[in-house]
Design a protein. Structure first.
Length: 205
């Protein structure tokens, strides 16, 4: 067999070209093609994800609207709890009324809880209350009670001068200061939510 350098120049060039092509082909299949295949696979995966995102896009606005509705409902629920709290808030109601009395310069002498009237979704809790103080202070106190965020109904109001306190139907008289000109008795009825009992289980046959 003739040596490479003994072959004609045309044959040498041909062999060199064949070797270059073989090396290129080998390099392509060993290195380049796997990379191109991986890129193609990644591109297909990316396209699939983009298609999935595009399908979910219309629901994004609906989810945001649903979140807004949930937030609004939670705010309404919190407001409802302040307007008609549950029965464990009875002490806070007394503190609330006492706070309004202090703002008006009125003295609350007595709280007397009356029987609760339970309805389907709420209960009415009346309190018989005796107060005394300056005339305009008592009027301001009633106005403050009326403007409370929670529901409080004031009824059966009787008022009299301190010199004739018995006419106001208060349970007890006191030694009043010169600024305390009137005594009053009234019924303050507040409302509490009642937990709805779970439906009764069907009777077993």
């Amino acid at each position: 067999m003739a040596k490479f350098n003994e072959l004609p120049q045309v044959a040498q060039v041909g062999i060199a070209v064949v070797l270059c092509v073989a090396l290129f082909a080998g390099g392509y299949y060993l290195f380049t093609k796997p990379i191109l295949d991986a890129n193609e696979k990644d591109s297909a995966t990316l396209k699939q994800k983009k298609d999935e995102i595009a399908q979910l896009a219309p629901y994004e606005a609906k989810v945001q609207e649903l979140d807004r509705q949930i937030l609004n409902l939670n705010q309404q629920l919190e407001l409802q709890k302040r307007i008609v709290p549950d029965e464990k808030e009875v002490p806070s109601f007394i503190s609330l009324v006492q706070g309004e009395a202090l703002k008006s310069g009125v003295e609350i002498r007595r709280y007397s809880a009356k029987p609760t009237a339970t309805k389907e979704f709420y209960s009415e809790v009346p309190f018989d209350i005796d107060v005394d103080g300056p005339y305009y202070g008592v009027l301001d106190f009633y106005q403050r009670i009326r403007q409370l965020e929670r529901i409080v109904n004031v009824s059966n109001v009787t008022m009299a001068a301190t010199a004739n306190a018995g006419s106001a139907k208060v349970k007890k008289t006191y030694t009043y200061s010169p600024t305390e000109t009137v005594v009053a008795n009234f019924m303050a009825t507040t409302f509490y939510s009642v937990a709805t009992p779970p439906p009764a289980a069907p009777a077993k046959k």
